[in-house]
Design a protein around this ligand. Structure first.
Ligand code: NI
Length: 155
């Protein structure tokens, strides 16, 4: 396992659309391991592959300590409600903003074993799912930011 370098806002790689994973190779499972380590060491609750310079549709989320969702080719298939809350990004340390997101989303993804999974999240988990899926399309939280706030919260 390794701690990866996280690209910062302004890096053009963060604006690229990631390609789907067609085969779960050891390289992909190692990427998942390294991304989880990198997310944890930076005290984030999500990380997308583009943030570590890999343009593949891979993301990890840990909103609740010890519960890591490893998502390959995640796709939001349902969204409802509305929330406005604080959101940040490990690619934009020290900054955060109030964003507009659905209150509840359902995402389909493939896990590291190739199994199709469905996850429904509310509140913070819904925000994290939206945030990481956006990264895979080259979108950043500042695109849905209502107003910036200053604190240390990271995502
Ligand atoms: Ni982010």
């Amino acid at each position: 396992m390794a701690i990866l370098k996280i690209l910062k806002f302004g890096d053009p790689t963060l604006r690229k659309v990631c390609r789907p994973v067609t085969e779960i190779t050891p390289r992909i499972t190692m990427l998942l391991d390294d991304m989880t380590d990198t997310m944890r060491v930076n005290e984030g609750c999500g990380l997308a592959a583009s943030q570590v310079g890999v343009l593949r549709r891979v993301a990890v989320i840990e909103v609740e300590d010890g519960v890591v969702y490893e998502m390959i080719n995640p796709k939001i298939i349902a969204a409802e409600g509305h929330q406005e809350d604080v959101e940040g990004c490990l690619s934009n340390p020290g900054e955060s903003g109030i964003t507009s997101r659905p209150e509840r989303v359902t995402v389909e993804y493939t896990d590291r074993n190739g199994e199709m999974c469905t996850l429904t999240g509310e509140g913070l988990l819904a925000r994290a799912i939206c945030h990481e899926c956006d990264h895979l399309d080259g979108k950043l939280y500042i695109d849905v930011q209502i107003r910036p706030v200053k604190d240390k919260k990271k995502r």
